[in-house]
Design a binder for this molecule. Structure first.
Ligand code: GUN
Length: 289
């Protein structure tokens, strides 16, 4: 392997230690810990695991967190009522609705009901719009985590050719906005893209977020490219795989993220950062009156 491995676990550990110091200072200053509320609808084992990881990370960082579990057949009005309660709860700085939601719930309606100032996922139209308009407030966690990985690894973005594979609301679209904000020339590929290899071959920075194991072939990777694999796919044998053919890609790339241990921990780290940011801004507003 010639590529430098980007160790998301190590970068996350360092950032979470620094964050814990900042939340301790917040608690002394304001007489309370920052608070996060996570809503989990239904009984998906994968979602339950992600939510538990978030709760554990909060505890280690000095953030008080609660998980609110609602049944899979929860009607929209009940979920919206719960969000309204959290919106007006002064002890709650951040609200996260774990996705995906059961099919009868429209995520656009649910996510828009969260107070934008408590939207630590960065999914509210106000927060996505702010990112698009170059005035980011609370940034979507995975794309912001990718930008942190690039920065921590000394990978230049300004003026570079960046290719994002996947156009989801959670990763691909906000990822393109983050890279654009950082001055990259950005291409977004998606299911209707006609010649995916030709786009990937041009990428100096490649972000794969298609949710399709091994979609990106190693031979498509440009020599020296930074390859960021957001895919977390469970293979039939139980192993996790990214969207990129790792071994072959690592022979050509300059940098590459592993799966697991690359982008995954950064999503949670950014969530913790967003929660502290939301808490700090709320306290500032309260003191301004
Ligand atoms: N499901 C997969 N990724 C995410 C995320 O970043 N936030 C939420 N709320 N749900 C997700």
């Amino acid at each position: 392997m010639t590529a430098q491995l980007i160790d998301g676990n190590a970068i996350s550990r360092k950032m979470r230690t620094e964050l814990a110091q900042k939340t301790a200072a917040f608690a002394i200053r304001h007489g309370r810990e920052p608070g996060l509320a996570v809503i989990l609808v239904g009984d998906s084992a994968a979602s339950a695991l992600y939510v538990q990881k978030k709760k554990d990370a909060c505890a280690a960082a000095g953030i008080r967190s609660t998980i609110i579990r609602l049944p899979a057949d929860c009607p929209a009005h009940r979920l919206l009522d719960q969000i309204a309660v959290l919106n007006s709860d002064d002890a709650v700085d951040g609200i996260l609705v774990q996705l995906p939601l059961p099919l009868h719930l429209d995520p656009a309606i649910i996510l828009e009901a969260v107070d934008a100032e408590k939207d630590v996922d960065g999914f509210h139209p106000c927060n996505v719009g702010r990112l698009a308009l170059r005035e980011p407030a609370l940034r979507p966690c995975t794309p912001a985590g990718v930008m942190t990985l690039l920065e921590a690894s000394g990978i230049p973005v300004l003026g570079r050719e960046a290719v994002v594979v996947g156009a989801s609301n959670i990763v691909g679209r906000p990822m393109a906005l983050e890279l654009l904000l950082a001055g990259a020339t950005v291409t977004v590929c998606h299911r209707f893209t006609r010649d995916l290899p030709s786009h990937v071959r041009r990428a100096e920075i490649l972000v794969a977020a298609a949710g399709n194991p091994g979609l990106i072939r190693g031979e498509w990777i440009a020599q020296g490219a930074a390859v960021i694999d957001v895919g977390i796919n469970r293979l039939p044998d139980g192993r996790l795989s990214g969207d990129v053919e790792f071994t072959a890609a690592a022979e050509r790339a300059g940098w590459i993220t592993p799966v697991p241990g690359g982008v995954g921990p950064m999503t949670v780290t950014t969530l913790l950062q967003n929660t502290l940011t939301a808490a700090t801004r709320r306290e500032e507003r309260r003191h301004r009156g």
